[in-house]
Design a protein around this ligand. Structure first.
Ligand SMILES: [Zn+2]
Length: 476
């Protein structure tokens, strides 16, 4: 004989047996079959409900538990959330298996503004739908069958965050409402995420660890942990490369990048403000090689090795000016930051990560080539200061597009932007003026245009009150 923990009253609410009079006077029916129940309150047996006519129905205990759990969520309007354990495993053919495991928690609980029981949302009907501000979430109560693959896939398809409360081991047990509430609301061991919108991002976060781990092995950062054979092979390969004639290095790099040296985009031939000449190679050679090794075709979100590791790699491959490690570090730092400003990398939590690893050759070569270096005197009269970090191309083009809309003449602002992006040193006032004019703009608007594009500091105001602009770039 299976006990029924909660009886259904005429008003549609479930009660536990302690709340009702003994026997048929309880006035409850079975939530499974609708037959009258009696409240059994004996000295020997645990208090429970049973069918009046003795015959058990197939679904009474399960349905009773299921409905009571939903009623509790609807009454309490909150639920404690489980963590989301994620395991990431990657097998590297050289270095073996990488495993990372972490339990992600966020947020800790849902506080509902309101809930709806068994209400359809976009073709799926979860047991409980919860509304939190403008968001909708779902709770599934499991007493018999687990949620099927289809429903799980659908939850993920519609992006409905959903947890499952597993009560299958509690079927047939007699609960009071307080006990069941503890199971449904507070406990987390019996809960799992059926769909969590952050899962993919967190998985990717764990896999960043794999890239770091692998890069560390490759570059010899992990030191003693790595087998000596691997380290030797890596060093040997670098030494062999270093010994190659320059022409062969160029041939390989052009091959790897898929473009010839003459078509190198500006971001592979950057004149640096610091550390210029520290690497024992032409700028476009080591910058191109660095780009090919650490950024080209890398998955978005993969981690750039530390700058120390990059310095070591460059030294092994090309050599560095002796006794000038500070210069080398400055060069790598400046170049990595430049690539970040171009939009190839992003900075997050103490490291650089690849934002996109595709080479982008500029659609049109800049038509203006005259670049005269601006003098300090000229600059101070202009009250214009070049930014050390330029906005990324896309943003610049968007701004430029806005600018073009209001210009009376056809103003080819894209052309101006490409020319500006192609610069590796501050241009003179005259050169920029000519460029603006060449693109169809009014040279009188020069200062405003450049400020608006965000490639120079808007420092007039600060200079006029004798204060340095807070964002003023001091490194030249
Ligand atoms: Zn029944």
């Amino acid at each position: 004989m299976r006990h029924i923990p909660f009886g259904l009253q005429l008003d549609g609410r479930l009660v536990d047996v302690r709340e009702t009079p003994r026997g048929i006077a309880c006035g409850c029916v079975c939530p499974g079959c609708g037959a009258p129940l009696v409240a059994k309150k004996g000295e020997v047996n645990v208090n429970h409900f049973a069918h009046l006519l003795g015959a058990d129905c197939a679904t009474g205990p399960e349905t009773s538990l299921h409905m009571a759990a939903k009623q509790i969520v609807a009454d309490k309007l909150w639920i404690q959330l489980p963590g989301l354990p994620i395991e990431a495993v990657r097998i590297d053919p050289v270095f073996g298996t990488f495993t990372a495991h972490r339990v992600f928690h966020e947020p800790k609980r849902w506080l509902f503004d309101s809930v709806a029981i068994e209400k359809s949302v976009q073709d799926v009907r979860p047991d409980v739908l919860g509304y939190i501000a403008s968001a909708v979430v779902a709770v599934e109560i499991r007493v018999t069958h687990a949620v099927g693959v289809d429903k799980r896939a659908y939850l993920s398809h519609v992006g409905l965050p959903c947890i499952e409360v597993n009560l299958s081991k509690s079927v047939g047990r007699i609960f009071t409402f307080e006990e069941l509430e503890r199971y449904v609301i507070h406990e987390v061991e019996n809960k799992t995420w059926l769909f969590h919108p952050q899962r993919a991002a967190w998985e990717a976060e764990l896999l960043v660890g794999f890239e770091v781990w692998r890069a560390g092995k490759l570059i010899g950062l992990s030191g003693r942990k790595m087998g000596p054979a691997v380290k030797d092979a890596e060093q040997l390969a670098n030494e062999r490369y270093k010994a190659l004639p320059s022409a062969e290095k160029w041939r390989r790099l052009e091959d790897e990048l898929g473009i010839s040296r003459s078509r190198f985009p500006s971001y592979l031939r950057v004149t640096l403000r610091e550390g210029e000449g520290a690497v024992w190679a032409e700028n476009d050679l080591w910058q191109g090689a660095l780009f090919a090794q650490f950024i080209l075709n890398k998955r978005a979100g993969s981690c750039l090795p530390s700058q120390q590791a990059i310095c070591r790699w460059l030294t092994e491959r090309f050599g560095a000016r002796s006794g000038w490690f500070e210069g080398l570090r400055a060069a790598v730092n400046a170049y990595v930051r430049y690539l970040r400003a171009c939009g190839f990398l992003f900075w997050n939590d103490g490291g650089f990560f690849v934002a996109h690893g595709k080479l982008q050759i500029r659609p049109r070569e800049p038509r203006f080539v005259k670049v005269a270096t601006v003098t300090a005197a000229e600059e101070s009269t202009l009250h214009i200061q070049w930014l050390s970090r330029w906005p990324d191309t896309e943003r610049l083009l968007r701004w430029a597009g806005e600018l073009g809309k209001n210009a009376p003449e056809p103003f080819e602002c894209e052309l101006l932007v490409h020319w500006l992006l192609g610069l590796t040193a501050p241009a003179s006032h005259v050169a920029v003026c000519e460029a603006l004019e060449g693109a169809g703009g009014d040279p009188q608007d020069l200062d405003d245009v450049l400020c608006w594009l965000g490639v120079v500091m808007q420092s007039k105001r600060y200079f006029s009150v004798g204060q340095p602009a807070p964002w003023l770039c001091t490194q030249r």
